[in-house]
Design a protein around this ligand. Structure first.
Ligand code: TTP
Ligand code: MG
Length: 381
């Protein structure tokens, strides 16, 4: 049985703004678009602002009507990334395995750690206090046997909450919750579920799995599984220590395919270089895309293990083309390599082409290690 913690920072952007300017603590603070512009939405707002009915994604003009005396800030993206890294570093000191799921949320696998850290609830309290004392950020933690329940649990009692759902109690915990508490059940799905009289998780059981699937397809099946307390326990390898990853956040949303491919090319060059420095070859190539509305997707492909820039880039761009079907702008792109083997396993001695490429890359590596990454460019297109 697994033990997964999900830690989510409370009102994250606002909490960072409160570190930058402590005089705004406790006030209705809104980070997002400029209300004078009349366009754009709230990124997030303080709990004091939430009392006025404000929330992430609300049009800024509506927010201003509801809360004209709020403090409206545009935000400091660099500071948010900096604090996010601080939190990750601190958690990495304790968590054997960690997956960062967004800028302010982390899954950690603490299976089998009771002997080292004591009971899970007290340890979660300790972690929460460490982050608050050392980084000055409030957070909430959910503890459960899988990722889905842990995420729902971290959201259950916010801010500065800790919720533990013991093994076997998953369904009891879920039944009284609103259907929208299930991650992935968005606005439109919620509205459609209301039409069937499904307002709470317990209402799902008025219908059979087959019926829900017949009405909603895959989403119906997904809903049934989640309502029954099922979820994954394995952390996503995109972020764990057994992978090499690089990502880039754009200042402006990107719509041009060419520019995305160029960025992807640079990133694959960098991860491949790091891979070769470690004398490894990787079998799994993953890419990650975040759209302007913060929806984030990853996709992976497993192939014959390689450390060859060209092969890695070709697979990464194939994944990109398969994935990028939406019209929305792209805010972030990332690439990760995982599933490593030692590079000595790789070469078939009779494969001359491979040996030539391997020798070339080894030469490129030593030049780059000596003179810096940009000292040499390898054309692979
Ligand atoms: P959340 O964790 O969803 O929100 P939060 O941390 O502000 O508040 P909570 O206490 O409920 O966890 O998102 C983390 C950050 O991501 C948030 O501070 C701002 C940003 N964000 C957006 O920019 N737009 C959005 O629509 C959402 C949901 C978040
Ligand atoms: Mg949060």
């Amino acid at each position: 049985m697994s033990i997964i913690f999900h830690l989510d920072l409370d009102a994250f952007f606002v909490s960072v703004e409160e570190i930058i300017d402590p005089s705004i603590k406790g006030l209705p603070v809104i980070v997002g678009a400029d209300p004078d512009s009349g366009r754009g939405v709230i990124s997030t707002c303080s709990y004091a602002a939430r009392k006025f009915g404000l929330h992430s994604g609300m049009p800024i003009a509506e927010a201003f009507r509801k809360c004209p005396n709020g403090i409206y800030l545009r935000g400091h993206m660099k500071a948010y990334s900096f604090y996010s890294k601080q939190v990750k570093n601190l958690l990495s000191d304790y968590a054997p395995e960690i997956e960062q799921a967004s800028i302010d949320e982390f899954y950690m696998d603490f299976t089998g750690t009771e002997k080292i850290y004591g009971n899970h609830y007290d340890f979660a309290k300790f972690l929460q206090k460490e982050i608050f004392d050392k980084i000055k950020l409030p957070s909430s933690i959910g503890i459960a046997t899988n990722k889905t329940i842990a995420k729902i649990a971290s959201d259950y009692r916010k801010p500065m909450g800790i919720t533990e759902v013991k093994s076997g109690k998953e369904k009891d915990f879920l039944l009284p919750l609103k259907i929208s508490a299930i991650p992935g059940v968005g606005k439109v799905f919620t509205r459609n579920l209301h039409k069937l009289g499904i307002y709470y998780v317990k209402d799902v059981f008025a219908y059979s799995e087959r019926y829900l699937e017949s009405v909603f397809g895959k989403s119906g099946k997904f809903l049934w599984k989640k309502a029954n307390g099922f979820g994954k326990s394995r952390l996503n390898h995109f972020y764990n220590q057994k992978s090499i990853s690089k990502e880039r956040t754009f200042k402006e949303d990107i719509y041009t395919k060419k520019y995305l491919e160029k960025t992807l090319f640079k990133l694959t060059e960098q991860v491949s270089q790091e891979l070769r420095n470690k004398n490894k070859i990787a079998a799994t190539i993953s890419i990650k895309l975040r759209y302007s509305d913060f929806q984030t997707f990853t996709r992976s492909k497993t192939v014959n293990p390689t450390n060859d820039d060209k092969i890695i880039f070709d697979i990464a761009s194939e994944l990109l083309n398969k994935m990028n079907k939406r019209r929305a702008g792209i805010r972030l792109i990332g690439v990760a390599l995982s599933n490593f083997k030692d590079s000595t396993d790789q070469l078939n001695l009779f494969d001359n082409q491979k040996i030539i490429r391997a020798n070339m890359f080894s030469a490129v590596n030593s030049i780059r290690n000596k003179f810096g990454f940009t000292s040499i460019n390898v054309g692979i297109k």
